[in-house]
Design a protein around this ligand. Structure first.
Ligand SMILES: Cc1cc2nc3c(=O)[nH]c(=O)nc-3n(C[C@H](O)[C@H](O)[C@H](O)COP(=O)(O)OP(=O)(O)OC[C@H]3O[C@@H](n4cnc5c(N)ncnc54)[C@H](O)[C@@H]3O)c2cc1C
Length: 483
C-alpha cells in the first residue's frame, strides 16, 4: 500500500459570512480537493476590523456558529474557533498543519478585500494557496456593468441587466463528506468569546423569534414562500402585517445563498404568486446592488456618495439622538420602529425608512450616527445594505430619494399602519387612543386623552420637534448646501 503524504496535508476552510453547507461552492471545492478539511472561524475585534459585528450581530453569530458546528459534526468534522487577525491566525494554522491551501467565499467588503490581498502574499510565501469562490452574491460585481464597463448607479437598469443573465446556474449540493484532519487542533470555546449581550442583556426573548443557522434559514424561506409570497407585493410595506421574509440576518451571515433562495422562489411561481415573487426578487437584487456599490466605492460607509453633502450643516445633538434611539421622539410610528428594533433586533423596512428620515431630516443628525446605532442593534446589520440604505434615505447616495422629499411621519403612519396596530404593539402607552389620533397624540382633544389614559409629557412625550418647522429647517439647510 502506498502512503500518500500529500493527501494527508489538510486544506483549511475559512468560514466568514457563509455559515452554511449547501450551495457553498468554496466549501464543496475544499471537500472535493481530496484533502482533509480543517474548518475554522476567526473572530476579529474592532482593533483590526473597523466593522467588527455590533452587539445584536454578535448574539446572532454565537447561535449561528453553534448551529454550524452541529451541522459539521454530522459530516464527521468540527468547527475550530480562533481569535485574532486572520492573516496571523491562518499563517499559524497553515504552518502548524502544512495546509496546502486556504479556501473561502469572496466578500465585497473593503476590510475583507484588504485581508484577502495580504493573505494571498503570506500564504504564497509559505507555499500554500489561497482560493476564493463566489457564492455570497448571485452576480459578482464585475459581471454586471454598463455597456462602457462602468458600475451601475441607478437601480432599475441594474435590475434589468441582472435579469438578462437568466437562466441562472443550479445551486450546489452540500458536501457528502468532509473528512477532518487527523491531528486535533486546539479551539477556543464559543462561550469564552462572550458574544451574548450581558450589560444590558437585551436579547432574552430573541430565540423565540429567530432560529439562527442554516436549518432556520431554510425553514424561514419555506414558510415565507408558502404563507406570504403571494401577497408580498401588496403587503411588504405594511409593518402591522408580518408580510416580509425576515431572511435578512440569514442572508447577512450567509446561512442561505441568494441563488438557492432564487431557485426555491422560482419553483413557487404561479399566476397568483407571480407579482409577489417578482417583487421579492427585486429586493434580493437590491442586496446585490448595494454590495456592488460597496465594492466599487469602499468609502460608502463613511463618506456621502454625493460630495456636496460634505458641506451639509449637520447638527450634533446628543439628547435628540438618545431620544431617537430610545423611541421617545413623540412621533408614534418612529418610536414604534425604534422600540421594535431594540426588542427584536430587527425593524420593518418601511419603518426603517421613516425612522431614518426623521433622524436626518427632522433632527438634522448625521446619517452616520443613525447607521452606527443600526449597526449595533440590528441582527441583520450589513455594511453594504446599511450604508447604501442610509445614504439613500439621506439623499446623498446613488439613485437616492431626493433630500427635499421629507417624509411626514403622520401621513406615513396613517398610510402604512392604518389601524395603528403596529404602534399599539410597540408603544403600549398609546394603545387606547382611537385610530384617528394614534399617529398624532398631541392633536387629540384633552378629554379623549384622559379617557385613553394618555398623559402627554408624562407617560408619553410631546413631539421632540414640530413637523412643519423641522421640515422648513431641513429644506433651508439643504438650500444653503446647494448654494
Ligand atoms: C435606513 C436603513 C437601513 C437598513 N439597514 C440594513 C442592514 O443593515 N441590513 C440589511 O440586510 N438590510 C438593511 N436595510 C434594508 C431592508 O430594510 C432590510 O433588508 C429588510 O427590512 C429586511 O427584512 P426582510 O428580510 O423581511 O426583507 P424582504 O422584504 O423579505 O426582502 C428580502 C431580502 O432582500 C434584501 N433587501 C430587502 N430590502 C433591501 C434594501 N433596501 N437594500 C438591500 N437589500 C434589501 C434583504 O436581504 C432581505 O432579507 C436597511 C434599510 C434602511 C431604510
Amino acid at each position: 500500500m502506498t502512503y500518500d503524504r500529500e493527501a494527508i496535508r489538510p486544506v483549511i476552510y475559512w468560514f466568514r459570512k457563509d455559515l452554511r453547507l449547501t450551495d457553498n461552492p468554496a466549501l464543496l471545492s475544499a471537500a472535493e480537493s481530496g484533502h482533509p478539511v480543517l474548518a475554522v472561524y476567526i473572530l476579529e475585534d474592532g482593533n483590526s476590523d473597523p466593522w467588527a459585528p455590533g452587539g445584536a450581530s454578535r448574539w446572532w453569530l454565537h447561535h449561528s456558529l453553534k448551529a454550524l458546528d452541529k451541522s459539521l459534526k454530522t459530516l464527521g468534522n468540527r468547527l475550530v474557533l480562533r481569535r485574532g487577525r486572520p492573516q496571523e491566525v491562518l499563517r499559524e494554522l497553515a504552518t502548524e498543519t502544512g495546509a496546502t491551501a486556504v479556501y473561502s467565499t469572496w466578500l465585497a467588503e473593503p476590510h475583507a478585500i484588504k485581508v484577502d490581498s495580504e493573505l494571498g502574499h503570506i500564504l504564497n510565501e509559505l507555499g500554500s494557496g489561497f482560493k476564493t469562490f463566489d457564492g455570497n452574491l448571485i452576480f459578482p460585481p464585475e459581471s454586471v456593468t454598463t455597456k462602457n464597463g462602468e458600475p451601475y448607479k441607478v437601480f432599475t437598469p441594474f435590475y434589468k441587466a441582472c435579469l438578462k443573465k437568466f437562466p441562472l446556474p443550479d445551486p450546489m449540493p452540500a458536501p457528502r463528506r468532509l473528512p477532518c484532519p487527523g491531528k486535533s487542533l486546539k479551539s477556543d470555546s464559543l462561550d469564552q468569546w462572550e458574544l451574548l449581550p450581558k450589560k444590558p442583556e437585551w436579547s432574552a426573548s430573541w430565540l423565540d423569534m429567530w432560529t439562527p443557522g442554516e436549518t432556520g434559514a431554510l425553514l424561514r424561506l419555506d414558510s415565507f414562500l408558502e404563507q406570504s409570497a403571494v401577497e408580498y407585493g401588496t403587503r411588504r410595506d405594511r409593518p402591522d402585517i408580518s408580510g416580509t421574509s425576515r431572511l435578512s440576518p440569514h442572508f447577512h451571515f450567509g446561512e442561505i445563498s441568494p441563488l438557492l433562495c432564487w431557485h426555491r422562489a422560482l419553483s413557487h411561481i404561479s399566476p397568483e404568486a407571480e407579482n409577489g415573487i417578482e417583487s421579492f426578487f427585486r429586493q434580493i437584487i437590491w442586496r446585490e446592488f448595494s454590495h456592488h456599490l460597496l465594492y466599487h466605492w469602499p468609502e460608502f460607509p463613511e463618506e456621502p456618495f454625493r460630495p456636496e453633502f460634505k458641506r451639509f450643516a449637520w447638527v450634533k445633538d446628543e439628547e435628540a439622538l438618545l431620544r431617537w434611539q430610545r423611541g421617545l421622539t413623540g412621533y408614534p410610528i418612529v418610536d414604534a420602529g425604534m422600540r421594535e428594533l431594540w426588542a427584536t433586533g430587527w425593524m420593518h423596512n418601511r419603518v426603517r425608512m421613516i425612522a431614518a428620515s426623521f433622524l436626518v431630516k427632522h433632527l438634522l443628525i448625521p446619517w452616520q450616527d443613525g447607521a452606527a446605532w443600526f449597526w449595533n442593534t440590528l441582527v441583520d446589520a450589513d455594511l453594504a445594505n446599511n450604508s447604501v440604505s442610509w445614504q439613500w434615505v439621506a439623499g446623498c447616495g446613488v439613485d437616492a430619494a431626493p433630500f427635499f422629499r421629507v417624509f411626514n411621519p403622520m401621513l406615513q403612519g396613517r398610510k402604512f399602519d392604518p389601524d395603528g396596530t403596529y404602534v399599539r404593539r410597540w408603544v403600549p402607552e398609546l394603545a387606547n387612543l382611537p385610530n384617528k389620533y394614534i399617529h398624532e397624540p398631541w392633536a387629540t382633544p384633552e378629554h379623549i386623552l384622559e379617557n385613553s389614559g394618555v398623559s402627554l409629557g408624562n407617560i408619553y412625550p410631546f413631539p421632540l420637534v414640530n413637523h412643519m418647522s423641522a421640515r422648513n429647517r431641513a429644506l433651508a439647510v439643504f438650500e444653503q448646501m446647494r448654494n
